[in-house]
Design a protein around this ligand. Structure first.
Ligand code: NAP
Ligand code: GDD
Length: 346
């Protein structure tokens, strides 16, 4: 049987790193698009070259950019993939308020650029679009699923909304095998350090080991449905292995506030935390009476998504997919990784 060839945009990001390893294990040849940077941006995938699968001859990186059609066309024509996973995006919600045009160019028009290449070059290429629960924004229903109305609350979400609909449009207009995965927050040791879970865990470890004194955060009252990236990349792959292209919500069905996430991390790290004050004035205090957590306006978004909680009935039914990692294990995985990176023990 002919070897499957996957092309991953955003290969240097959290999901790109997990998906590359997952597909290599499945026997794929994996090509990734990385953007040029003045310092190395491949730390998440460097390990692939050292692993016992001897993946050197099965894993390739190419310079390209989601804002540069010529580079995308060149790579797709050269690689001739059977599947494209479009994971590249300016993916930080808060940053999207500061760089709305760049976010739209990369995250919305970037998806269109790839779909155009598929339409013009080879319509047999299957396409995965990295969609997001941010699309639900302000939702009237407690649980969100594939039928819940969208309400974009940030330039990031508005850009992903375009990517979502252009994927559906190309599927219907040109008969492409194109799927949207509407993924709720997923985290891991590979998570970028400015996303809240990694920031909390890294910050609290630094406080525990005397490297830093305080952790400054934004809104502690928003609630998220947090899963493990390792589980979620399998769902991406499963979507492209079905007979029919469909869109799926991927989530855990469990929800915690940012404040509760801090408490769970403190428990795991044996830090005794108590709270004083409310709203932006809330403070987290340790057993010596020192303030270790404070909030600052600069980490709040102009418009917040207060509550996200996913229902995965459709993914259970068609993909036979279920999340495997409980939040406690997710937190422990990130703690272990951070302790190693910071060279602290105990
Ligand atoms: P991430 O860690 O921020 O990775 C984003 C990737 O996109 C990185 O490889 C980044 O390159 C690349 N990228 C950014 N701008 C680019 C450009 N102009 N040209 C080429 N590449 C560019 O994000 P992630 O957590 O892995 O998420 C993967 C995808 O899923 C994203 O589209 C995200 O919006 C979406 N998503 C994520 C979640 C989540 O909770 N993680 C949930 C729903 C949807 P550098 O490494 O050089 O920065
Ligand atoms: N980043 C960050 N930093 N968020 C904070 C902070 C802080 O200091 N303090 C509180 N928060 C709150 C945010 O306001 C938000 O309500 C919540 O923590 C989660 O923030 P992030 O971890 O930045 O994730 P996100 O939910 O905004 O976006 C992530 O998940 C989306 C899926 O729902 C990103 O990965 C997006 O790319 C993804 O689409």
């Amino acid at each position: 049987m002919k070897k499957k060839i996957a092309l991953i945009t955003g290969v240097t990001g959290q999901d790109g790193a997990y998906l590359s390893r997952f597909l290599l294990k499945k026997g794929y040849i994996v090509h990734g698009i990385k953007r040029r940077s003045s310092s190395l941006n491949t730390w998440r995938i460097d390990g692939i070259y050292d692993d016992p699968l001897k993946t050197k001859s099965k894993f390739f990186l190419h310079h390209g950019d989601m804002t540069d059609s010529l580079s995308l066309e060149r790579i797709i024509k050269m690689v001739k993939p059977s599947e494209i996973y479009n994971l590249a995006a300016q993916s930080h919600v808060k940053v999207s308020f500061e760089q709305p045009e760049y976010t739209a160019n990369t995250t919305a028009i970037g998806a269109l650029r790839i779909l155009e290449c598929i339409k013009n070059f080879d319509k047999r290429i299957k396409y995965y679009q990295a969609g997001t629960s941010e699309l639900f924004g302000v939702s009237k229903s407690k649980f969100q699923d594939e039928n819940t109305p969208f309400y974009a609350r940030s330039p990031y979400s508005a850009a992903k909304l375009y990517a979502h609909w252009i994927t559906i449009n190309y599927r219907e207009a040109y008969n492409l095998f194109a799927c949207n995965g509407i993924l709720f927050n997923h985290e891991s040791p590979m998570r970028g350090e400015t996303f809240v879970t990694k920031k909390i865990i890294s910050g609290l470890i630094k406080i525990k080991y005397g490297i830093e004194k305080k952790l400054i955060l934004g809104n502690l009252y928003s609630k998220r449905d947090w899963g493990h990236a390792k589980d979620y990349v399998e769902a991406m792959w499963l979507m492209l292995q079905q007979k029919k292209p469909r869109d799926f919500v991927i989530a855990t069905g469990k929800q915690y506030s940012v404040k509760k996430f801090i408490e769970m991390t403190c428990k795991e790290l044996n830090i005794n935390i108590s709270w004083k004050g409310k709203g932006i004035n809330i403070k987290g205090i340790n057993e010596q009476g020192k303030i270790i957590i404070e909030c600052n306006k600069k980490y709040f978004r102009p418009t917040e998504v207060e509550s996200l909680l996913g229902s995965t009935k459709k993914a259970n039914k068609y993909l036979n997919w279920k999340p495997k990692t409980p939040i406690k294990k997710l937190i422990k995985d990130i703690i272990d990784f951070e302790k190693k990176s910071l060279k602290v023990n105990g």
